[in-house]
Design a binder for this molecule. Structure first.
Ligand SMILES: *[C@@H]1O[C@H](CO)[C@@H](O)[C@H](O)[C@H]1NC(C)=O
Ligand SMILES: *[C@@H]1O[C@H](CO)[C@@H](O)[C@H](O)[C@H]1NC(C)=O
Length: 502
């Protein structure tokens, strides 16, 4: 039934309002936010389904209950500078222009359109506000020194703001909200301070400056950490002298914060290579380290200025401790003489042992004395050392006219005549330290006199060792005196050989 009635009712209304439609007024659905000093247009549009007769139209703009602007045949304004457009009104545009708005312009506006008998109104909120910007300046502090931290809250409107200081989420300051100072741009700024005497553990706390303002949906905050500076202490430690003759100069750097630090060793101002222990964190949160500089066997008379130098953000200038350090010469040189002598003795005895065991020594050919005198001529050739089973002694007679060279020189093989092996006896005697003596005896049968040059050659059985040769020249005049003794060390053989030639 109401549905069936509606078209008829609408028609009735249209007729009553002089063939016009219903009056509809619209404003922006959200509030209008602007900053002070700017021009703002509060939109308001209306329609009635046909052309607008300005003679019939009344438009009123109110802020709260007070009239701001009115159009009733002619426009009139209570707020200086406000304006409505006559041309706009003819096409249903009742927007109100407010130039250079201030805090007084903020509030709830009502746009009322009256076309008798209809009247319609809509409300729009104008906010004149600017959210603040928050920053904390200079969070660098020195441990143990009073410091005022400053939170800078700037460029906000209106001038009322609430500031709180937080440490790990707990409010530690800012109970008094500072009044805003109006700046040249029409915005307010203020600062809040937090006095504190920081210690090193404060460096690990989370600080924040929290600001609440009407233009902010939720509080904003500037979070920061304190950069706590604590200057290092520097101590020179007793140098360490190692048995190897190295000297370790040491210094201890402690009580500093932050951990970043540069430690350097200088000798008469010249940087030296140094080593640092990794910094350790002390119970109070400060850091400590040990730096050492190794002098490798410094010269005995060394006397120099050794400095440990530290650079740290908490220091305006590098910190330095200098020591004149003299290398303790006497104990060191005495020790070294002693050690040197011992080493030398050891080396000499080792060389002697090596010489005795490994050197192969060939002695001169000796002419033996045999009995009876003149029956035979016996020549002895000996070699001593670490011999091998294949090592041999070989006898030869040099061709006549061939003079032997200097002792030890080898003669030309072509100028040598091998001797009858039956004239030669060779045997070995073991000695100590694995050494052996190889002896060879050449028996030269002689009716009366023997002359000529004979050679005895040591022929090593393996390569790499030296061939050695000895010579002897016999002349008829070189007759050995008669003696009752038999050939030395080989009594039996000599006797037998002697016997065979008798
Ligand atoms: C309404 O009129 C104002 C001037 O009063 C103008 O700036 C604005 O653009 C107009 N709006 C429309 C939708 O035409
Ligand atoms: C606060 O910050 C503004 C810029 O945001 C700067 O111009 C002003 O100097 C600051 N004030 C203080 C006290 O640091």
């Amino acid at each position: 039934m109401p549905l069936a009635l509606a078209p008829g009712l609408l028609l009735l209304l249209l007729l009553a309002s002089g063939a016009r439609g219903a009056l509809v007024v619209s404003v922006p659905s959200s509030r209008v936010q602007t900053q002070p000093g700017s021009d703002v247009l509060l939109g308001c549009h209306f329609s009635m389904g046909g052309p607008v007769e300005l003679m019939e139209l009344v438009v009123q703009w109110k802020l709260g209950n007070s009239l701001v602007a009115e159009f009733d045949n002619v426009p009139s304004y209570r707020r200086p500078g406000a304006s409505l457009s006559r041309e706009g009104l003819q096409v249903g545009n009742a927007s109100l222009l407010l130039p250079r708005v201030g805090g007084a312009d903020a509030g709830l506006y009502t746009c009322m359109v009256i076309v008798p008998p209809s009247r319609e109104s809509r409300q729009v909120e104008l906010r004149v506000e600017v959210p603040p910007r928050v920053s904390v300046w200079d969070s660098e502090v020195r441990a143990g020194e009073q410091k005022l931290l400053t939170c800078n809250v700037s460029n906000f409107y209106p001038g009322s703001v609430s500031v709180a200081w937080l440490r790990d989420g707990l409010v530690v300051g800012g109970s008094k909200t500072p009044p805003g100072q109006l700046g040249p741009t029409g915005l307010y700024s203020t600062t809040s301070t937090l006095p504190l005497v920081p210690s090193i553990p404060d460096a690990s706390a989370n600080y924040a400056c929290r600001v609440e303002h009407v233009a902010l949906g939720a509080p904003i905050q500037a979070a920061f950490r304190l950069s706590v500076l604590s200057p290092p202490g520097l101590t020179l430690l007793q140098p360490l002298v190692t048995l190897e003759g190295q000297v370790a100069l040491q210094c201890r750097v402690s009580g500093y914060h932050p951990a970043e630090i540069t430690v350097q060793w200088l000798r008469d101002g010249v940087p030296l290579l140094s080593m640092e222990s990794p910094p350790t964190e002390e119970p109070d949160g400060s850091f400590a380290l040990r730096s050492s500089c190794i002098l490798d066997r410094p010269e005995s008379s060394a006397q120099a200025n050794f400095a440990c130098r530290v650079q740290h953000p908490a220091l305006a200038a590098p910190l330095e401790r200098t020591a004149v350090w003299i290398v303790p010469t006497r104990p060191k040189s005495w020790k070294w003489t002693w050690v040197g002598t011992m080493v030398l003795l050891l080396l000499l005895s080792l060389a002697w042992v090596v010489y005795r065991c490994c050197h192969i020594r060939m002695s001169k050919i000796r002419r033996g004395r045999c009995w009876p005198e003149g029956s035979v001529t016996v020549l002895w050739c000996e070699v001593e050392g670490r011999l091998q089973a294949t090592d041999q002694l070989a006898w030869a007679r040099l061709c006549p006219g061939k003079e032997p060279g200097p002792p030890g020189e080898l003669s030309e093989p072509l100028l040598k005549v091998e001797l009858d092996p039956h004239q030669i006896s060779t045997w070995r005697c073991p000695l100590r330290l694995g050494r052996e003596r190889l002896m060879s005896c050449l028996i030269i049968p002689s009716a009366g006199s023997v002359h000529g040059t004979f050679s005895c050659t040591f022929q090593p059985g393996t390569a790499g060792r030296r061939v050695q040769e000895r010579h002897i020249t016999l002349s008829s005049a070189q007759g050995a005196p008669w003696g009752p003794r038999l050939c030395p060390q080989h009594r039996g053989d000599s006797a037998q050989l002697s016997g065979s030639h008798l």
